[in-house]
Ligand binder design. Structure first.
Ligand code: GTP
Ligand code: MG
Length: 377
């Protein structure tokens, strides 16, 4: 095993700039051998925190000594350039180290995190929030403190299903309902700009229109669908598309028109069949700026809530409350520093502990937690 290691610090794949770190007693001597400075030659001993501009082979790079026995090479981020730079060091006896797969995955996810909030949750996990919590769960279990271990696991499972799945992928909210109730107008009001075609002619929206937004720092994708009613031709295609998009929904907002004397209420049983089991359904009463033809308090708001939320896509009344309802509905409290399983594999392992816990198979819970810990460290 070599005393000097070379590794890629930036996420794998092509980027604008890549950082290759060389660490060990021969890091600086090797860098001096390979690097051609544009200005004065490199000093004999590393000067920490100074940057040197120059070339390594044919490529322009920036070199920095980050401590007495570590240097960083900042080079062009193309895969071949990075590979070539790494090989210059390995061919001179340095050993290439690759980060563990889950760690590398966390880095990769961090680059794709859609909002600052999800990026900071991922950073917490890179700093050990998840691994520490799993260690705590293991020591509680091994110490036979089953009440505390159970509570901790429950919290972890809850954050897996919700937050863990959504650090990169947004929560998907489908806006559905009969034609002309203002679904597209509502999407525009929620997204804050004109994106979906709004028209007085029923049956305007034919394709599912998707918009990505951040509510309270969480990533959401709003999906506008064609009005659900019997239709032929082109419009039917849009409706078909609307039905297909249901398969990925986290929340379905069923929009009704307050100014319509005969509003079409959702057929919950039908919708349930078209939606994934975790998807929630919520009714929204739109056009509250018009004369109300029915009382939104008297209809069902959701499967466990009476009353639809009155809003106006035209004036913006009630839209802020709707956003808060959506966030409260879908996202459990996730305080800063909370442990969240951050890759698909960790989410699966954590969720799997639940069935073993319920069956009283604590050995299997310990086995899964150990596996999750090994993957996260
Ligand atoms: N007064 C008022 N009019 C609205 C409101 N929301 C939508 N409208 C109007 O209602 C009509 C239909 O709006 P759309 O957003 O196109 O309705 P939709 O549900 O998307 O219709 P389809 O795509 O055809 O199914 C348009 O004329 C809108 O301007 C509202 O809150 N208040
Ligand atoms: Mg529409």
């Amino acid at each position: 095993m070599s005393d000097t290691a070379v590794s890629l610090l930036t996420a794998p794949g092509t980027g604008a700039i890549a950082t290759v770190e060389v660490r060990g007693p021969r890091a600086y001597p090797l860098a001096r051998e390979l690097f051609r400075p544009a200005g004065k030659p490199l000093p004999e001993a590393p000067e920490v925190s100074r940057f040197y501009f120059g070339t390594l082979g044919a490529d322009e790079v920036v070199l920095a000594a980050t401590d007495a026995d570590a240097v960083e090479v900042h080079c062009h981020g193309g895969r071949r350039v990075v590979r070539w730079v790494i090989e210059q060091f390995t061919s001179r006896g340095a050993e290439e180290r690759t980060p563990d797969p889950e760690g590398a995955r966390a880095f990769e996810l961090l680059q794709r995190a859609p909002t600052l909030r999800t990026a900071s949750i991922l950073l917490d996990q890179l700093n050990g929030a998840f691994a520490n919590e799993v260690r705590r769960a293991l020591s509680l279990l091994l110490g036979a403190d089953f009440a505390s271990a159970g509570e901790l696991l429950q919290r972890l499972v809850r954050l897996s299903y919700s937050v863990g799945w959504h650090l990169v992928e947004p929560w998907k909210v489908i806006i559905a309902g009969p034609p002309n109730v203002g679904k597209s107008a509502l999407l525009n009001a929620l997204a804050g700009y004109q994106r979906s075609v709004v028209s007085e002619t029923p049956g305007t929206t034919r394709d599912a229109v998707r918009v990505r937004v951040a509510f309270d720092g969480w990533p959401f994708e709003l999906i506008d669908t064609a009005g659900l009613r019997t239709a032929q031709g082109l419009e039917a295609e849009g409706i078909e598309l609307g039905v297909r998009t249901h398969a990925e929904a986290d929340l379905l907002l069923w929009v009704l028109d307050l100014s319509d004397p005969a509003p079409v209420q959702p057929d919950l049983r039908d919708l349930r069949n078209a939606l994934p089991e975790w998807c929630l359904i919520h009714t929204v009463a739109n056009k509250r700026d018009r004369e109300w033809k029915w009382d939104p308090k008297l209809i069902r708001g959701s499967e466990n809530r009476q009353g639809a939320l009155p809003v106006s896509a035209a004036t913006g009344e009630g839209i802020g409350e709707l956003v808060r309802t959506v966030v409260d509905y879908l996202i459990p409290e996730c305080p800063p520093g909370a442990a969240v399983p951050y890759t698909d594999r960790l989410v699966r392992l954590v969720c799997e502990t639940r069935q073993y816990w319920n069956a009283g198979r604590r050995d299997d819970v310990v086995r899964l937690l150990r596996e999750a810990l090994a993957a996260a460290e």
